[in-house]
Ligand binder design. Sequence first.
Ligand code: NAD
Length: 319
Amino acid sequence: MRLLVTGACGFIGSHVCEALVARGDTVVGLDNFNDFYDPRLKEHNRAALEARPGFSLVRGSILDEEAMAQAFVARPDAVVHLAAWAGVRPSIERPALYVRENVDGTVAVMDALRAQPRVAGALPKLVFASSSSVYGTNAKVPFEEDDPIAHPVSPYAATKRAAELLAYTYHHLYGLDVTCLRFFTVYGPRQRPEMAIHKFARLLLDGKAVPRYGDGTTRRDYTFIADIVQGVLASIDRCAGFHIYNLGNSRTVTLNELIEKLATALGVTAKVEALPEQPGDVPITYADVSRAVRELDYRPDFPLERGLAEFATWLKARG
Ligand SMILES: NC(=O)c1ccc[n+]([C@@H]2O[C@H](COP(=O)([O-])OP(=O)(O)OC[C@H]3O[C@@H](n4cnc5c(N)ncnc54)[C@H](O)[C@@H]3O)[C@@H](O)[C@H]2O)c1
């Protein structure tokens, strides 16, 4: 297959591209190397990807028509749209930026898709990275795709839900096949440096205290990157109609447990600095993945301890 992957040089994108070229697909990556976190990390991912046959990069934004035209020259069979500004807390400071990049950006990707020539009546398909944050403070757990979710508690979550709704509209109006994937806190090698596991690990290795917001009883469903990649590839292969899937691990741990397990994986003793709860944080994320298991043959099978050990090995090797 020929794929266009937006956000190709980020954390999830670099793993997805790697897996796609490894199975023989041809991948064009599009990335603008924004400064949400140190772009050198993305350049590092780019260099590793460009060393692989089957991968090429277009440097630019999904909001730049020229870059998009260049990215579509190879006539992809499907687009995996991962480019976005991620992160709940920064979105509270910069809501307009998140709306532009995540909502207008997704509309730009879908407009480019609907302008593509149809093959046997069909447009190229779209797999879109949504987020567990769309569930907000949903009291019912585990979260199911059809749960009512009208109350996002951060601009980031609202932009992801808005993009899902617009994706349905494009499916309805133009027959675009779309799969929206609600990722649940993804971790593993190359994880974004501002995400909890990565940030905590660096502090722990430096012998510093981990800032713990709230009393440490908030629960998260952490999903190892290899499981996410399996779910993304299955979604590309089975994308037809309009579907939403949770991609999580379907097990939760408290923040206190996470810090302990991470310290064990790193071979250090955990130190914690207790801080007040943060606005925009949700008490629990917990995925019901039965739809993805049934329809995508999604099999999340990485226990947290093993995933954290792989992450710790990567982080220490990176220095
Ligand atoms: N990591 C997680 O736990 C998680 C959870 C839920 C959803 N997601 C979603 O998955 C996707 C990938 O997340 P990630 O953790 O790999 O983040 P990331 O920041 O590492 O990757 C995103 C990439 O997109 C690029 N990008 C951003 N705006 C762009 C634009 N306008 N044009 C072109 N490229 C652009 C960035 O430079 C970056 O390389 C995002 O859409 C994110 O919202 C991630």
